[in-house]
Design a binder for this molecule. Structure first.
Ligand SMILES: C[S@@+](CC[C@H](N)C(=O)[O-])C[C@H]1O[C@@H](n2cnc3c(N)ncnc32)[C@H](O)[C@@H]1O
Length: 311
């Protein structure tokens, strides 16, 4: 969900990804991941009046707080998105459209079972490669030395990136709430800038082109299709994520509705698949009311429904 402060601009896949450069006075776009109380976002908006600043925050409370802060400051060049940056940055941004991505004091997720949430995982470097324009950069500030070093190492494994040496306690144009608390305890902070100098040569493999509906030639009735799917579950495309079919309903008009729950890493979605009769069989469609993103688990659920109708 995206707010232009208190107004919803985007709430579904239609028109995605957005090219934010068209909304920026100069075409420059800056992104902050996990803006917390929004003060750095406000600083970016004030110090870059020619750029569009987009903040992505997974906590609804923080997203609302950040939006209120920007609104109170009167900045027109900032937008706030509520959701998981790992998905929103991939689905809601055009490739190579962001000049700089800032991440201040992310949780380092020290437990092994949470390792996939770290920015040190290769999929995060891939995401930055997709998002950042040639000549752009990713900036990380952290209170954990190994986190900065590990991030530098992972990005350095990809020739698209060049990492500056990790800096300890450098002078910064703005110090965030988290950083102030940390410094007040007399502790150090680590800062890393990763540059992306090259342009992507291939269109990034992604989910944008996946259709949200398909047609099956079948002699099965809608009821037979939905009955055969109830409680089925499986892996997402490429073994990524998981999906499960739950309740099924048949409307008076003969349209089947299946509740689908998907989990891509820890990103959960609930939405309906519609099974609609047509003269050749059935059309299976992702119902837009749930506004699901195209993810590997969503795609696999749709393909499973198609296969069930055809077999
Ligand atoms: C420790 S706080 C730091 C807040 C702020 N950047 C600062 O320096 O004061 C980390 C923030 O990242 C947000 N966050 C964590 N995971 C996220 C994700 N996957 N996408 C977007 N925001 C996330 C949290 O909700 C939280 O507000």
């Amino acid at each position: 969900m995206l707010w232009n402060l208190n107004k919803v601009i985007i709430s579904q896949n239609d028109g995605l990804p957005v090219d934010w450069r068209g909304m920026s006075p100069s075409g420059r776009v800056l992104v902050e991941i996990g803006f917390g109380n929004g003060e750095f976002l406000e600083f970016l908006a004030g110090s870059n009046p020619d750029a569009l600043i987009v903040g992505v925050e997974v906590s609804q409370w923080c997203a609302a707080k950040g939006a209120r802060r920007i609104l109170a400051a009167g900045y027109e060049n900032a937008r706030v998105m509520h959701g998981d940056a790992r998905f929103l940055l991939r689905h809601c941004f055009a490739p190579e459209s962001v000049e700089r991505v800032y991440m201040n004091f992310p949780c380092p997720w020290p437990k092994t079972r949470h390792a996939s949430r770290r920015v040190t995982v290769p999929s995060f470097a891939d995401l930055m490669k997709y998002l950042i324009s040639p000549g752009g950069a990713f900036e990380l500030a952290t209170d954990v030395d190994w986190y900065a070093l590990e991030t530098a190492e992972v990005f350095s494994g990809d020739p698209a990136f060049r990492a500056d040496p990790v800096a300890v306690n450098p002078a910064r144009p703005y110090v965030t709430k988290y950083e102030r608390k940390w410094k007040a305890m007399g502790k150090d902070t680590w800062h890393l800038t990763i540059h992306k100098d090259v342009k992507l040569t291939e269109k990034p493999a992604g989910e944008d082109d996946w259709p949200m509906e398909c047609e099956a030639s079948t002699k099965k009735s809608v009821k037979e299709v939905i009955d055969s799917l109830k409680d089925c579950e499986g892996e997402g495309v490429g073994g990524k994520g998981h999906w499960v079919f739950r309740d099924a309903f048949l409307s008076d008009g003969g349209v089947g509705l299946m509740l689908v729950i998907t989990a891509d890493e820890e990103f959960e979605q609930h939405f309906y698949l519609k099974v609609i009769p047509n003269p050749r069989g059935v059309t299976i469609k992702v119902d837009s009311v749930g506004h699901p993103y195209r993810t590997p688990a969503m795609r696999a659920a749709l393909l499973k429904a198609l296969a069930a109708a055809e077999n």
